[in-house]
Design a protein around this ligand. Structure first.
Ligand code: FES
Length: 207
């Protein structure tokens, strides 16, 4: 991947990856959906954000180097440009493969005064993970996040495309048990939900 970052001689603008420099792992459905998404925008650059959601789904919830390179190739943009966009937004998973469920607990003001720090410590102890870490069994990734814009439901946690709150310790226990026994991968489900909204196939996820 570092070769894609070097991108030609000094002072040259970064170039898009060429065929043979990237792995192409999008499914046929993914390729067709990307073409449809691109048609909604005036140019391919404007389609980077939805294309990254699509790639996040196609790559199992994780935008690793090959995923970013494939988006760059398919949109004809430089790897560095697409990576810069992907790493700017915390909604994209660029640091490591997340667990099957990403637990995003709000610890901002309204949630904090309603006990978010206690719940944060409870979850961390129960799962044995810190901020940004994933349980050894690959089930849960835990993150503290800023306001989820659902302060009337404090303490709130986002899991995939669903919000849960107001939460307390028994509520956390029940939610973790529900998620553990669910067959869904809520990280992939969330990415797919965003793609479907972009394709005008569903209504926007509700909080
Ligand atoms: S402070 Fe937690 S949702 Fe707003």
């Amino acid at each position: 991947m570092s070769e894609l970052l070097k991108l030609g001689a000094p002072n040259e603008r970064p170039r898009a990856p060429k065929p043979g420099e990237v792995e192409l792992n999008f499914t046929e459905q993914g390729v067709a959906e990307l073409e449809a998404l691109v048609s909604h925008y005036p140019n391919k650059k404007a389609c980077i954000l939805p294309a990254l959601w699509l790639a996040q789904r196609e790559y199992g919830g994780y935008l690793n180097g090959p995923a970013i390179a494939e988006v760059a190739f398919r949109l004809g943009r430089a790897y560095a440009e697409v990576e810069g966009v992907a790493t700017f937004y915390t909604l994209y998973n660029t640091a490591h493969q997340p667990g099957r469920h990403k637990l995003e607990l709000c610890t901002c003001l309204s949630c904090m005064v309603n006990g978010a720090f206690d719940l944060r410590d409870y979850i961390r102890e129960k799962l044995g993970v810190g901020h940004g870490e994933t349980t050894a069994d690959g089930e849960f990734t835990f993150e503290e996040v800023e306001c989820l814009n659902a302060c009337n439901r404090a303490v709130v946690m986002q899991v995939g495309d669903e919000y849960y709150g107001p939460l307390d310790k028994p509520g956390i226990d029940a939610l973790l048990e529900k998620l553990r026994t669910s067959p869904e991968n809520t990280v992939i489900k969330y990415a797919n939900a965003v793609v479907r909204v972009q394709l005008r196939k569903d209504e926007a996820p509700t909080a």
